[in-house]
Write a protein that binds this ligand. Structure first.
Ligand code: 8DG
Ligand code: MG
Ligand code: MG
Length: 144
C-alpha cells in the first residue's frame, strides 16, 4: 500500500557465506524483479540487526543463521517507475548454524529459489545495490 507521506525504511540484508560461495535468489518482487539478490528484508520494531537477519533468512530460505558480523551500510533511493522508495540497508556477513543445511523456497511468490554461487563467477543480472557493491570492489569475505 502506498503511504501518503513516504519515509525511509531500514532493510537488513545478508551475505551468507559458505566456502567461496554466497547465497543468492532470483527476485520476484517489484523492486529488482528477475535480478539475483541476497536474502533480507525490513527491520521490525524492536529488532536488532542480527535478529532481523536471522528471521528473514528463516522466512525466506528455511535456513538457520549462525554467527553474523556487521559489514557496511548504504543509503539508497530507488526510483523504479512502479515503486519509488528509500532504504537504509544494513549488510551483515553470516554463516549457517549448520553448513550442511539446504535452502528451501518458502516464499515462491517472492523468489524463484536459492542457491550457492561462486563469488568469482556471480550470476547476472545482480540486484542494483549488490551490482554496485561488486563493481566497486567490495568483498564480503573475512580478510584473514
Ligand atoms: P518483508 O516483507 O519480508 O519484511 O520484506 P522483503 O519483501 O523480504 O524485503 P526485500 O524487498 O527483500 O528487502 C528490503 C529492501 O532491501 C529491498 O526492497 C531493497 C533493499 N535491498 C538492497 N539490496 C538487497 C538485496 O540484495 N537483497 C534484498 N533482499 N534486499 C535488498 O538494496
Ligand atoms: Mg522477507
Ligand atoms: Mg526479502
Amino acid at each position: 500500500m502506498e503511504e501518503t507521506q513516504p519515509v525511509p525504511r531500514v532493510g537488513v540484508v545478508l551475505f551468507v557465506l559458505k566456502g567461496k560461495s554466497v547465497l543468492l535468489g532470483r527476485r520476484r518482487a517489484s523492486i529488482g524483479e528477475s535480478t539475483f539478490a541476497l536474502p533480507g528484508g525490513h527491520l521490525e520494531f524492536g529488532e536488532s540487526f542480527e535478529e532481523c537477519g536471522a528471521r528473514e533468512l528463516m522466512e525466506e530460505t528455511g535456513l538457520e543463521m549462525g554467527k553474523a558480523d556487521f559489514l557496511t551500510v548504504t543509503n539508497k533511493v530507488f526510483l523504479d517507475k512502479s515503486k519509488r522508495c528509500h532504504y537504509v540497508i544494513v549488510f551483515l556477513r553470516a554463516v549457517l548454524a549448520d553448513p550442511n543445511q539446504v535452502p528451501q523456497n518458502p516464499e515462491p511468490d517472492k523468489c524463484d529459489g536459492w542457491d550457492w554461487y561462486d563469488w568469482d563467477n556471480l550470476p547476472q543480472p545482480l540486484f542494483s545495490t549488490l551490482d554496485e557493491m561488486v563493481r566497486s570492489g567490495f568483498n564480503p569475505f573475512p580478510s584473514t
